[in-house]
Write a protein that binds this ligand. Structure first.
Ligand code: ARG
Length: 468
C-alpha cells in the first residue's frame, strides 16, 4: 500500500458533478497545466470571444449574454495583462481559469459560453493560434538573419578564402559565396515555416469533444473571425491532431541545425589557429584565469541549442505515436516542449543575427589560407585537360605527382619551376602559372551557382531584391 497524500477539499467546480471528493494533491500536481498553458491566455480569450459571437449570430445565445461574455472576457484579458489575475491550480488549466473568472465577473451567462464546445477543441484552437504566431515570428527572425548574411556577402563578394571538404582545404572560394550558402539554407527554412503555416491554418473549433455538436453552429464564421482559411473537415481529427506542432518543431529543428553548423564554423574560424574572423566583444566572453582568452560562447551555445529543439521534437513524436483517436491527456504534454523549442529558436535566431552582423572577416588571413594546401590543384588539372587535351583522369594523375613533388620540396604549386613541372609532363608550358593563382581560380568558376564573384553578385542581387 502506498501512503495516501491528502485529497484536496472539494470536487472540481467545472466538472465535479459526479465526484464526492477532490483529487489527491499529487494528482492535482500532475494534472494541472496552468503553470505553463497560461501562456495561451490571449488565444484562449480570442477563441472564446469568437465562439460567443458566433453562438449569438445563430441564436444559441442572446445578444445580451454574448455581449456580457465578450466584454467580460476583455476584462479578464486586461486583468491577466496587468498581472492582477489570480491563476488557480485547482482550476487545472487556462480554459477553466478564464471561464471561472468570467463567472465571477458576469455571473450566470458565463456558464453558457461552453455550449457546443469542449476543452478538446478549445485547446486545439488555442494551441494552433499560438503555433501559427510562432511560425510568423520564425519567418521574421529568419529574414533578419538572411539580411545579415547578405550584408556580409555583399561586403566580401570577392574576398578569397579556402573552401573545405572533410575540413581539408579543397578549392579557393569567395567569402560572399560562403555567406550566400547560408542564405540558401535559411530560405529553405523560411519556406518550411510558410508551408507549415498554410497547412495548419484550419480551425478545429466546433469539433466539440470529438463528434461535432447537435447545435446549429456556424464553423465558417469562427474560422474567419480567427483568421483561419476554413474549418477542419473531420471532428475526430480536429481534436486529436498535433501535426501543426510537429511540423513547427521539425522545421525548427532543421533551422536550428543550420544555425548550429554556422556556429561550429565560427568556433573554428575564431580560433587562434584559423583567425578567419574576429567576433565582437558583444558575443564573446573572457576567462577568469586566462587573461588572453576571448571565448566564442554565443556560438557554442547556439551549437548546443539544437539539442533542446530536437529533444522537444522527439518528445512530441513520442507522445503522439501511440495515441488512439481522439484526444488523450498525454497531449497536454505537447505545450511545454513546443513553448521551449519556440523560445529557444527565436533567441538563437536573434543571437546569430547579431553575431553575423558584428563579425569581422580577416581578409589577409583568409587570402593567405586560400592559397595553402595546394588549393589550386584542380585548376592545374583543368588546364592540362583544356590546353594539352589530356583525359581528366590522366590530368588528375599528373597533378597529383606535381603536388607530391611540391610537398617533398616544402613549397606550394606556384613555387615549382617550369623545369620541375616538365619532368612530370613534357607538354607543360609557362602559361600554366596563370591558373595557379587563387584570384584566377575563383574568377574562373563562373558556372551558375559557382564561386566566381560575378556569379555571387547575381545571387546577392536576387536576394537583395526580395529582402531589402
Ligand atoms: N489542459 C488540457 C490540455 O492541455 C486541455 C484539454 C483537456 N481536455 C480534457 N478532455 N480533459 O490538453
Amino acid at each position: 500500500m502506498t501512503e495516501q497524500t491528502k485529497p484536496t477539499p472539494t470536487a472540481n467546480q467545472m466538472w465535479g458533478g459526479r465526484f464526492n471528493a477532490g483529487p489527491d494533491a499529487i494528482m492535482q500536481a500532475i494534472n494541472a497545466s496552468i503553470g505553463f498553458d497560461r501562456r495561451l491566455y490571449a488565444q484562449d480569450i480570442a477563441g472564446s470571444r469568437a465562439h460567443a459571437a458566433m453562438l449569438a449570430a445563430v441564436s444559441i445565445l442572446t445578444n445580451k449574454d454574448a455581449e456580457a461574455i465578450g466584454e467580460g472576457l476583455l476584462t479578464v484579458l486586461s486583468e491577466i495583462e496587468t498581472g492582477k489575475f489570480q491563476f488557480r491550480v485547482d482550476l487545472e488549466d487556462i480554459h477553466m481559469n478564464v471561464e471561472a473568472r468570467l463567472k465571477e465577473i458576469i455571473g450566470e451567462p458565463a456558464g453558457r459560453l461552453h455550449t457546443a464546445r469542449s476543452r478538446n477543441d478549445q485547446v486545439a484552437v488555442d494551441f494552433r493560434l499560438w503555433v501559427r504566431d510562432q511560425c510568423d515570428a520564425a519567418i521574421t527572425g529568419i529574414e533578419a538573419l538572411m539580411r545579415a548574411f547578405l550584408a556580409q556577402a555583399a561586403a566580401g563578394a570577392d574576398w578569397v578564402m579556402p573552401g573545405f571538404t572533410h575540413l581539408q582545404v579543397a578549392q579557393p572560394v569567395t567569402w560572399g559565396h560562403h555567406m550566400m550558402a547560408y542564405v540558401e539554407m535559411l530560405a529553405r527554412d523560411r519556406s518550411r515555416f510558410v508551408d507549415a503555416r498554410a497547412r495548419m491554418n484550419e480551425c478545429p473549433l466546433g469539433a466539440a469533444a470529438l463528434a461535432g455538436t447537435s447545435f446549429p453552429i456556424d464553423r465558417d464564421m469562427t474560422a474567419k473571425t480567427l483568421g483561419f482559411d476554413r474549418p477542419t473537415a473531420n471532428s475526430l481529427d480536429s481534436v486529436s491532431d498535433r501535426d501543426f506542432a510537429l511540423e513547427f518543431l521539425s522545421a525548427s529543428s532543421i533551422c536550428a541545425m543550420h544555425l548550429s553548423r554556422f556556429a561550429e564554423e565560427l568556433v573554428i574560424w575564431s580560433s587562434a589557429q584559423f583567425r578567419f574572423v574576429i567576433l565582437s566583444d558583444r558575443w564573446t566572453t573572457g576567462s577568469s584565469i586566462m587573461p588572453q582568452k576571448k571565448n566564442p560562447d554565443a556560438a557554442e551555445l547556439l551549437r548546443a541549442k539544437l539539442g533542446r529543439i530536437l529533444g522537444a521534437t522527439v518528445a512530441l513524436f513520442t507522445i503522439m505515436k501511440g495515441l488512439p483517436l481522439t484526444y488523450s491527456k498525454d497531449m497536454q504534454e505537447d505545450k511545454e516542449q513546443t513553448f521551449d523549442a519556440a523560445d529557444t529558436l527565436m533567441l538563437a535566431l536573434a543571437a546569430m543575427t547579431g553575431m553575423v552582423g558584428d563579425m569581422t572577416a580577416q581578409t589577409a588571413t583568409l587570402s593567405a589560407a586560400a592559397g595553402s594546401g595546394f588549393s589550386t590543384a584542380t585548376d592545374l588539372a583543368d588546364w592540362l585537360v583544356r590546353t594539352l587535351g589530356l583525359p581528366f583522369r590522366d590530368a588528375h594523375h599528373v597533378t597529383g605527382t606535381l603536388v607530391a613533388m611540391a610537398e617533398a620540396k616544402g613549397c606550394d604549386l606556384p613555387d615549382l619551376t617550369l623545369a620541375d613541372m616538365q619532368l612530370v609532363h613534357a607538354g607543360i608550358t609557362a602559361e600554366v602559372f596563370g591558373v595557379l593563382g587563387v584570384q584566377n581560380s575563383v574568377q574562373s568558376r563562373i558556372s551558375y551557382g559557382g564561386t566566381a564573384p560575378a556569379q555571387v553578385r547575381v545571387q546577392i542581387a536576387r536576394w537583395a531584391k526580395e529582402l531589402l
